[in-house]
Design a protein around this ligand. Structure first.
Ligand code: SAM
Length: 230
């Protein structure tokens, strides 16, 4: 695990729109709003082609639209999530393009000037199933993170950038390493310490036994990484 302490602590995004959220679709929370806030200060060019990978309700897709994106593609493996994005974007008059699938499907719809990703990153002793596919990500929390970091260059257009959020429990140092190996220029642009939510609290004994958190640790550091493609 890598502790990242020298990045700016940025405020959570002030605007938290009310979104349709069918059962089983991830409720936008700290990680969502932290990435939305980082996007708002990222200098996203007007008219940018944006990908929201792992979109859930589409909260980040809509944040990109509100910041002047020219087009937004929203990708998720959950059909319910895509239905939510479709409704949430049309209610706001910004037609996001929903796409069922993962990285490969997203790459076929690209490249993109800006890629946003809040993937599942909670270490889990059992394979992800049902609603937990929104957060469970294998024994080290990196099943989806590894794919996104290693494959970033297949999504991002030259001159564009990726912004990804995850917990320090899932090893941001490894994300930085994989992004560099993929030809990107990554850095940590925001961090925030938050108390464990219900999933992490229930998982604490496993995380301690796996050496992913310290004894009695009941908070986690969220990290936003920005990776530019030269
Ligand atoms: C942590 S939630 C984030 C949702 C939303 N972006 C937000 O911030 O509120 C992760 C989402 O990723 C989706 N997901 C899980 N594995 C995926 C994969 N391999 N490819 C695409 N989406 C995936 C889940 O269905 C879930 O909607």
């Amino acid at each position: 695990m890598t502790a990242i302490s020298n990045a700016a602590a940025i405020p959570l995004a002030p605007a938290r729109p009310r979104l349709l959220r069918p059962p089983g679709v991830y409720r936008p929370q700290h990680d969502t709003w932290m990435l939305a806030s980082a996007l708002s200060t990222s200098g996203m060019p007007a008219g940018a082609r944006v990908l929201d990978l792992c979109t859930g309700t589409g909260a980040l897709a809509l944040a990109a639209a509100a910041h002047g994106a020219g087009s937004v593609t929203a990708v998720d493996i959950s059909r319910r999530a895509l239905a939510a994005v479709w409704v949430n974007s049309r209610l706001r008059g910004f037609p996001v393009r929903p796409l069922l699938g993962g990285l490969a499907e997203a790459a076929r719809g690209g490249p993109f000037d800006v890629v946003l990703a809040n993937p599942p990153y909670v270490p889990s002793p059992v394979p992800a199933a049902g609603a937990a596919r929104a957060w469970d990500a294998g024994p080290d929390g990196r099943i989806v993170l590894d794919q996104v970091c290693a494959g970033a260059a297949s999504l991002v257009a030259p001159g564009g950038y990726l912004m990804i959020v995850h917990s320090a429990v899932a090893d941001p140092g490894k994300s930085l390493e994989q992004l560099r190996a993929a030809g990107m220029t990554p850095s940590v642009v925001a961090t925030r310490s938050i108390p464990f939510g219900p999933v992490m609290r229930a998982r604490a004994a496993f995380l301690e036994a796996a050496g992913l958190i310290g004894a009695e640790q009941r908070h986690e550091e969220l990290v936003v990484i920005r990776a530019d493609r030269p």
